[in-house]
Write a protein that binds this ligand. Structure first.
Ligand code: S3P
Length: 170
Protein backbone atom coordinates (compact mmCIF):
# COMPACT_ATOMS: atom_id res chain seq x y z
CA UNK A 1 0.00 0.00 0.00
CA UNK A 2 1.21 3.54 -0.79
CA UNK A 3 1.78 5.81 2.20
CA UNK A 4 -0.38 8.73 1.09
CA UNK A 5 -3.01 10.44 3.23
CA UNK A 6 -6.32 10.49 1.37
CA UNK A 7 -8.96 12.99 2.52
CA UNK A 8 -12.51 12.03 1.60
CA UNK A 9 -15.85 13.64 2.45
CA UNK A 10 -18.79 15.60 1.11
CA UNK A 11 -18.48 18.54 -1.29
CA UNK A 12 -17.49 21.74 0.47
CA UNK A 13 -16.44 20.13 3.75
CA UNK A 14 -12.91 21.56 3.39
CA UNK A 15 -10.79 18.70 2.03
CA UNK A 16 -8.58 21.03 -0.05
CA UNK A 17 -8.05 23.51 2.80
CA UNK A 18 -7.27 20.70 5.22
CA UNK A 19 -4.86 19.13 2.72
CA UNK A 20 -2.94 22.41 2.46
CA UNK A 21 -2.81 22.77 6.25
CA UNK A 22 -1.58 19.17 6.52
CA UNK A 23 1.07 19.85 3.88
CA UNK A 24 2.28 22.87 5.84
CA UNK A 25 2.44 20.82 9.02
CA UNK A 26 4.12 17.73 7.61
CA UNK A 27 6.28 19.06 4.77
CA UNK A 28 4.54 16.76 2.29
CA UNK A 29 3.04 17.95 -1.00
CA UNK A 30 -0.74 18.22 -1.39
CA UNK A 31 -2.60 17.36 -4.59
CA UNK A 32 -6.30 17.26 -5.48
CA UNK A 33 -8.04 14.65 -7.62
CA UNK A 34 -10.35 17.17 -9.31
CA UNK A 35 -7.32 19.30 -10.25
CA UNK A 36 -5.52 16.23 -11.61
CA UNK A 37 -8.53 15.28 -13.72
CA UNK A 38 -9.01 18.83 -15.01
CA UNK A 39 -5.37 19.00 -16.10
CA UNK A 40 -5.49 15.50 -17.60
CA UNK A 41 -8.45 16.25 -19.90
CA UNK A 42 -8.02 20.03 -20.07
CA UNK A 43 -11.65 20.60 -19.09
CA UNK A 44 -13.41 21.98 -16.05
CA UNK A 45 -15.28 19.46 -13.90
CA UNK A 46 -18.61 21.15 -14.61
CA UNK A 47 -17.98 20.93 -18.36
CA UNK A 48 -17.06 17.23 -18.10
CA UNK A 49 -20.39 16.62 -16.34
CA UNK A 50 -22.34 18.75 -18.84
CA UNK A 51 -20.72 17.47 -22.04
CA UNK A 52 -19.68 13.90 -21.23
CA UNK A 53 -21.87 12.97 -18.28
CA UNK A 54 -21.27 11.86 -14.72
CA UNK A 55 -20.48 8.24 -15.65
CA UNK A 56 -17.57 9.42 -17.77
CA UNK A 57 -16.32 11.60 -14.91
CA UNK A 58 -16.37 8.54 -12.63
CA UNK A 59 -14.18 6.68 -15.14
CA UNK A 60 -11.72 9.57 -15.07
CA UNK A 61 -11.67 9.33 -11.27
CA UNK A 62 -10.77 5.63 -11.55
CA UNK A 63 -8.03 6.46 -14.06
CA UNK A 64 -6.71 9.06 -11.63
CA UNK A 65 -6.79 6.53 -8.75
CA UNK A 66 -4.87 3.96 -10.82
CA UNK A 67 -2.23 6.58 -11.64
CA UNK A 68 -1.97 7.61 -7.98
CA UNK A 69 -1.47 4.00 -6.90
CA UNK A 70 1.40 3.49 -9.33
CA UNK A 71 3.11 6.87 -9.15
CA UNK A 72 2.41 8.78 -5.96
CA UNK A 73 3.61 8.24 -2.43
CA UNK A 74 4.13 10.26 0.74
CA UNK A 75 1.61 12.84 -0.48
CA UNK A 76 -1.59 14.41 0.88
CA UNK A 77 -4.46 13.80 -1.54
CA UNK A 78 -7.74 15.73 -1.30
CA UNK A 79 -10.38 13.72 -3.16
CA UNK A 80 -13.53 14.85 -4.97
CA UNK A 81 -16.68 13.96 -3.01
CA UNK A 82 -17.38 10.79 -5.00
CA UNK A 83 -13.79 9.62 -5.44
CA UNK A 84 -14.05 7.23 -2.49
CA UNK A 85 -15.89 4.78 -4.78
CA UNK A 86 -12.78 3.93 -6.81
CA UNK A 87 -11.87 0.25 -6.57
CA UNK A 88 -8.34 0.75 -5.18
CA UNK A 89 -8.97 3.40 -2.50
CA UNK A 90 -7.48 1.35 0.34
CA UNK A 91 -4.28 0.74 -1.60
CA UNK A 92 -3.61 4.48 -1.99
CA UNK A 93 -2.87 5.14 1.66
CA UNK A 94 -4.63 5.99 4.92
CA UNK A 95 -8.16 7.16 4.24
CA UNK A 96 -9.54 9.95 6.42
CA UNK A 97 -13.19 10.99 6.34
CA UNK A 98 -13.79 14.65 7.17
CA UNK A 99 -17.25 14.94 8.69
CA UNK A 100 -19.62 17.85 9.13
CA UNK A 101 -23.39 18.23 8.82
CA UNK A 102 -24.89 19.48 5.58
CA UNK A 103 -26.28 22.72 7.11
CA UNK A 104 -22.83 23.72 8.35
CA UNK A 105 -21.27 22.86 4.98
CA UNK A 106 -23.86 24.99 3.14
CA UNK A 107 -23.48 27.83 5.63
CA UNK A 108 -19.69 27.82 5.20
CA UNK A 109 -19.98 27.89 1.40
CA UNK A 110 -22.62 30.64 1.42
CA UNK A 111 -20.59 32.89 3.71
CA UNK A 112 -17.44 32.49 1.58
CA UNK A 113 -16.44 35.60 -0.45
CA UNK A 114 -16.43 33.36 -3.56
CA UNK A 115 -19.74 31.65 -2.71
CA UNK A 116 -21.28 31.86 -6.17
CA UNK A 117 -18.24 30.35 -7.86
CA UNK A 118 -17.99 27.60 -5.21
CA UNK A 119 -21.59 26.52 -5.86
CA UNK A 120 -21.38 26.89 -9.64
CA UNK A 121 -18.36 24.65 -10.06
CA UNK A 122 -20.13 21.73 -8.34
CA UNK A 123 -22.78 20.17 -10.61
CA UNK A 124 -24.16 18.00 -7.78
CA UNK A 125 -24.78 21.07 -5.60
CA UNK A 126 -27.11 22.74 -8.12
CA UNK A 127 -30.19 21.15 -6.57
CA UNK A 128 -30.11 21.33 -2.77
CA UNK A 129 -32.76 18.62 -2.25
CA UNK A 130 -30.67 16.27 -4.39
CA UNK A 131 -27.53 17.20 -2.50
CA UNK A 132 -29.33 16.43 0.78
CA UNK A 133 -30.35 13.00 -0.48
CA UNK A 134 -26.79 12.36 -1.65
CA UNK A 135 -25.41 13.37 1.74
CA UNK A 136 -27.72 10.91 3.53
CA UNK A 137 -26.85 8.15 1.07
CA UNK A 138 -23.12 8.72 1.29
CA UNK A 139 -22.65 9.25 5.02
CA UNK A 140 -22.51 5.52 5.89
CA UNK A 141 -20.44 4.86 2.76
CA UNK A 142 -17.81 7.43 3.74
CA UNK A 143 -17.65 5.93 7.21
CA UNK A 144 -17.25 2.44 5.82
CA UNK A 145 -14.50 3.51 3.40
CA UNK A 146 -12.43 5.42 5.96
CA UNK A 147 -9.73 4.31 8.38
CA UNK A 148 -10.33 7.39 10.51
CA UNK A 149 -13.13 9.98 10.93
CA UNK A 150 -12.42 13.57 11.96
CA UNK A 151 -15.16 16.02 12.87
CA UNK A 152 -14.37 19.39 11.28
CA UNK A 153 -17.39 21.54 12.12
CA UNK A 154 -16.46 24.98 13.45
CA UNK A 155 -12.73 24.19 13.58
CA UNK A 156 -9.71 25.85 12.00
CA UNK A 157 -7.77 24.03 9.28
CA UNK A 158 -4.64 24.04 11.44
CA UNK A 159 -6.52 22.45 14.33
CA UNK A 160 -7.97 19.73 12.09
CA UNK A 161 -4.55 19.04 10.56
CA UNK A 162 -2.97 18.77 14.02
CA UNK A 163 -5.59 16.20 15.08
CA UNK A 164 -4.96 14.14 11.95
CA UNK A 165 -1.22 14.07 12.57
CA UNK A 166 -1.70 13.15 16.23
CA UNK A 167 -4.17 10.36 15.44
CA UNK A 168 -2.09 8.91 12.62
CA UNK A 169 0.88 8.70 14.97
CA UNK A 170 -0.98 7.02 17.81
C1 S3P B 1 -18.37 15.43 -6.55
C2 S3P B 1 -17.60 16.32 -5.81
C3 S3P B 1 -16.74 17.33 -6.43
C4 S3P B 1 -16.34 16.92 -7.85
C5 S3P B 1 -17.54 16.57 -8.65
C6 S3P B 1 -18.36 15.43 -8.04
C7 S3P B 1 -19.19 14.42 -5.84
O1 S3P B 1 -15.56 17.53 -5.63
O2 S3P B 1 -15.45 15.82 -7.80
O3 S3P B 1 -18.31 17.74 -8.79
O4 S3P B 1 -19.60 13.42 -6.45
O5 S3P B 1 -19.43 14.60 -4.62
P1 S3P B 1 -15.56 18.34 -4.23
O6 S3P B 1 -15.93 17.34 -3.17
O7 S3P B 1 -14.17 18.81 -4.10
O8 S3P B 1 -16.55 19.43 -4.35
Amino acid sequence: MADNIILIGFMGVGKGRTARALAALTGRFAIDTDDLIESMVKMRIRDIFAEQGEAHFRQLEQQCATWLEGQVSHTIVSAGGGFFKVNNLQRLGQVIYLHSDLDSILEAIRSHPNAEQKMKKRPLFQDIARAEALFVERLPQYRQAADLEISVRGRTNADIAAEIVARLRS
